[in-house]
Design a protein around this ligand. Sequence first.
Ligand SMILES: N[C@@H](CCC(=O)N[C@@H](CS)C(=O)NCC(=O)O)C(=O)O
Length: 244
Amino acid sequence: MTIVLHRFPLSHYSEKARAALDFKGLEYRIVEHRPGLEQLAIYRLSGQRKLPVIEHDGKIVADSTEIALYLERTFPEGRRLLPEEPGKRLEVLALEAQLDDTLGKFGPRVWLRHALRDEQYLDAMGAATSPLFSAGLRAMAAVLPLAEQQVGAIERRFDEAERTLRATLDDLCVRLEASKYLVGDEPSLADVAAVGLVHFFKFPPSKHLFKPGVAGAAVRSIAEHPDLAAFFDFRDRFYRDYLQ
Ligand SMILES: N[C@@H](CCC(=O)N[C@@H](CS)C(=O)NCC(=O)O)C(=O)O
C-alpha cells in the first residue's frame, strides 16, 4: 500500500521524513497542509498537531525520527538508514538526535532572521509563491529588526539560535573533512536528517518542492557562506545521489 506523507510545505522536519522515504526507495504520495485551523485534521488523524505524519497499511506514525525508524523496521530490504554495527548505530542515532535539537529546533529562527534580510531570497520566494505570501514575508522583514532592537530578550534568543546553528554546521564541515559521510563512509540517517533539516536555507533541486520555482532559492548568508561550503556542497551531492 502506498505511503501517504502529510507535511507543511516549508517544514524542515517534513523534508527530513520525505528524504528518509526517498533514501529507502519507497513510493509515496504527499498531502499538503497549512498551519492553523487545518491542524484539527492532523489532530484527528494522529492525536497530536505536528507534521510530518505518515499513513501506511492502517498505521499512523508521527515525528520524523519515529517515521525513519518505522521505515527502517518495515522495509529492511531498502537502503539501510542505520548501520548493522552497534557502535556505529549508536553514533548515527546520537548525531541524528543532536541535529533535531540544533538544526531542527533553532533553524527556523535563524532562517527568519537571515531570510528576511535577503532581498534576493524574498524576491525568489515571492515570484515562486503568491503575492500574499510574499507580502507577509516583507511585512515581517520590516518588523523583525525593530522587535530585536527594542526587546533584548528577542535578540538574545535569535543570537543563541544563531550560535548553536553555526556551531553545528561547523561541526558537520569538520566531520566531512574526515569521512565521506557524517558518520563514516556509508550514508545513514544522520545524513538524511542533516540534509533535510536545512531545507529552507537553500531549496534543493527536488521534484517534490511545494513550488517548483523555489528550487535553488538560497539564504546566501548561510547557504553560500564560504566557511559552510563543505556542508552545502555535500547536501547538493546527497540530493543528486540519493533523493528525488
Ligand atoms: N519532533 C517533531 C517536530 C515536528 C515539528 O515541530 N513540526 C513543525 C513543522 S516543521 C510543526 O508541525 N509545527 C506546528 C505546530 O507546532 O503547531 C519531528 O521530528 O517531526
